[in-house]
Design a protein around this ligand. Sequence first.
Ligand code: ZN
Ligand code: ZN
Length: 274
Amino acid sequence: MPLGCDLSWVCIKQVGLFQLTMNFVRYYPIASLAFFLFWVWKKGYFQRFRIQEAFPRWDRIRYEIIQSAVTLFVFTAIGLSVFIGRKAGILPGEIYRDASKYGGWPYMLLTIVLVTIWHETWFYWMHRLVHRKALYRHIHLVHHKSTNPSPLAAYNFHALEAFLEGIYLVFFTCVMPMHYGILLGHTFYAMVMNIWWHLGYEFFPSWWATHPIFKWINTSTHHNMHHAKFDGNYSLYFNFWDRIMGTNFPDYEKHFAEVTARRRKLKAGSAVTV
Ligand SMILES: [Zn+2]
Ligand SMILES: [Zn+2]
């Protein structure tokens, strides 16, 4: 973010443009790179790692690409509103740049842990909420039109859902001051993980979903099942809330075993399009 900006129109435009550029420049190249590598260039080689063997039609992917831009504009609007709100003294909280402030690294590590737990919790319950009938039909359906998502479905959200997806961080920074670098790192990590869950490929080992420790970390198959079957597997980074609330699909572990077993059977090549 440009340093030393005030609430002048020139500054607001500069900050808005900077945030918009940053959002676009980090999402589309990374999601497109994943798409190009797995869905185009090495499609045949990676076929045995596919979660759903078939590929969606191009018009679905085009929709994901266009709708993702809506999310990037909403994220920018949130960021710019926070900048204006804090500069005007209306919004509490702080994004700081001096790493030694608040005791340095121990505090910064604490914010990494807490923002991850908060994001997980916010996302799970917000996700359950948007699966309620009326909200689903008017908001969340946009994301679920992709029953076989591509990496470019990661930000394929209705504008209102994009708002709900991004606002958790505003709440967090209102309560806990956050270092600018940690904020950037967290949002980048969240974005990359989101692309990973929509990749359409499973690279984790076959024992992952039943391992006493690793089963608590979500897989790409976990979220892919959510797109294919809708009413289960709601969680984000961890399989915590789904397990304690009983919302994992009962056949998640079985399906994961089937997906990973297919690797041994299939040889590279023969991609299918439906
Ligand atoms: Zn959903
Ligand atoms: Zn999704």
